[in-house]
Design a protein around this ligand. Structure first.
Ligand SMILES: Cc1ncc(COP(=O)(O)O)c(C=O)c1O
Length: 460
């Protein structure tokens, strides 16, 4: 850590934070007696707080964001160079980094051709919802405007995105929500809605079709799905699920929107999560790992077929996508994203993610053999979860306070892990791990050791 980070120098920072900053996702009453945590510096997989404590970060900045790790001077340099050349111009015009990043990105996404820039995952998803609605108005006589979303999935914090949230605790107290968002059943086999069945994945897909038939296929425009559900419990899709979902959507002419805000940019061991499952989407949204948090950037990527629907009648002044994102015109985002992508490629981070993901999963399975509190282990690449239960036989979820005690114990031992929280009442019981794609075998082993120790101490 550098000199700026010494505890004595930072006392006033902590006091300023306590006095004025409203932290995300936080109840502030405890901060009247306990210092809020203020993060100061990061290098690779490690971060330091204002008291000088060092942590191994197993969640890439808390919310699966810093994919290439902290302290990347080459990204900072690329952003600085771009900012002094041209920091901003509205997205109605192009910019050098936006053009070049879209070209690089599209090369990783066969079948997709267009990139619409914005500045948060929620916003990128809202763009899709608006596009779907406009397609319905212009091409389906106002029908096909409904958007399906899945129980346990999350798509962002704005009211439209929350209308598409399958998580009761994220939605509660923020309604009323806009009409036209319809839930479909989740696909977490461990919490099967149909008991133990052979073909759970197909049944979960069939359950989507049942909703489509109930609503009327001519009223449904799109389905919005996470490739691997993140905050809803690290839910990997069951066997046979995606093939069938894709088939159902094609048969009913329903556009497929994949929310890659968490899974995108290497996290699951492929450039995009959907690429693990043979899906061909119509829309893909992404944010967090696109520039690893070095600048704010989000992208809504579409096929040429979708794009063509917005330029078919140049004589109609209302026919194009009449949307703007002011900060979608910031050049820092695509400049950082270009360098971020170069790092992932040149350092072989996708291969590392596959290898380290396997090591992490093996470690978690090893823990499950020794700790009865682990009911299920799930994951893809460096995106893994362990669902904690009070009783393995009945699968009764572990009490949330005890799950949080495991997280707190890891933190006390210098390792930051996450857990699902305020997502699903009674089911905030999954430990979440998403280390940076640069993780080494030693990092992975230390994360597993910390969880081992925490489970031993909390459930002894
Ligand atoms: C799957 C998913 N989609 C969208 C979002 C919203 O992204 P943002 O917070 O950048 O608006 C999140 C945030 O965690 C997410 O997990």
């Amino acid at each position: 850590m550098n000199d700026l980070s010494r505890t004595n120098d930072l006392r006033h920072v902590i006091e300023a934070d306590r006095a004025h900053v409203w932290h995300h996702l936080s109840q502030h009453k405890p901060y009247e007696t306990v210092d809020p945590r203020v993060m100061v510096e990061g290098r690779g997989m490690r971060v330091w707080d204002a008291t000088g404590r060092e942590y191994l970060d197993a969640v890439s900045g808390g919310v699966w964001t810093v994919n290439v790790g902290y302290g990347r001077t080459s990204i900072a340099d690329a952003v600085r160079d771009q900012l002094v050349k041209l920091n901003y111009f509205a997205g109605s015009a192009g910019s050098i980094p936006a053009a070049l990043f879209s070209e690089r990105l599209i090369a990783k996404m066969p079948g997709m051709t267009r990139v619409y820039y914005a500045n948060s995952g929620s916003e990128a998803n809202e763009k899709v919802f608006k596009m779907v609605r406009q397609i319905a108005h212009r091409h389906h006589g106002g029908r096909k405007s409904k958007i399906l979303y899945r129980e346990r999935d999350y798509h962002g914090t704005t009211i439209g995105a929350l209308a598409a949230a399958g998580q009761d605790q994220r939605r509660d107290q923020y309604g009323p929500f806009p009409d036209g968002f319809v839930a479909v059943p989740h696909c977490l086999e461990y919490r099967s809605q149909w008991g133990r069945v052979e073909n759970y994945g197909e049944m979960a897909a069939d359950a989507i079709e049942a909703v489509i038939l109930r609503e009327g296929p001519d009223t449904v425009g799109a389905i919005c799905l996470e490739p691997v559900t993140a905050g809803g419990g690290v839910i990997t899709p069951p066997k046979g699920y995606w093939e069938k979902v894709q088939d159902i959507c094609r048969r009913h002419e329903i556009l497929i929107h994949i929310d890659e805000v968490v899974c995108g940019m290497g996290r699951t061991g492929a450039w995009f999560g959907y690429q693990n499952y043979g899906v061909q989407p119509d829309f893909v949204t992404m944010a967090k790992g696109v520039a690893s948090g070095y600048a704010a950037i989000a992208c809504t990527v579409t096929t040429e077929a979708v794009f063509a629907l917005f330029k078919d009648d140049a004589a109609d002044p209302m026919s194009y996508f009449r949307d703007i994102s002011t900060f979608g015109g910031c050049t820092a985002g695509p400049a950082a994203a270009l360098e971020n992508m170069r790092i992932i490629e040149d350092e072989g981070l996708i291969d590392n993610t596959v290898a380290m993901g396997e090591r992490l999963m093996a470690g978690l399975h090893g823990l499950a053999e020794r700790h009865a509190a682990i009911g299920d282990v799930r994951g893809k690449g460096l995106f893994c979860g362990a669902e904690l239960v009070a009783d393995r036989a009945t699968r009764e979820p572990m009490d949330e306070k005890r799950v949080q005690a495991v997280v707190a114990d890891c933190m006390a031992h210098g390792v930051i892990i996450g857990a699902t929280n305020r997502s699903l009442a009674g089911l905030n019981n999954t430990l979440c791990l998403s280390p940076a794609l640069i993780a080494t075998p030693d990092d992975i082993d230390r994360i597993v050791e910390a969880i081992d120790g925490a489970l031993t101490r909390v459930f002894a």
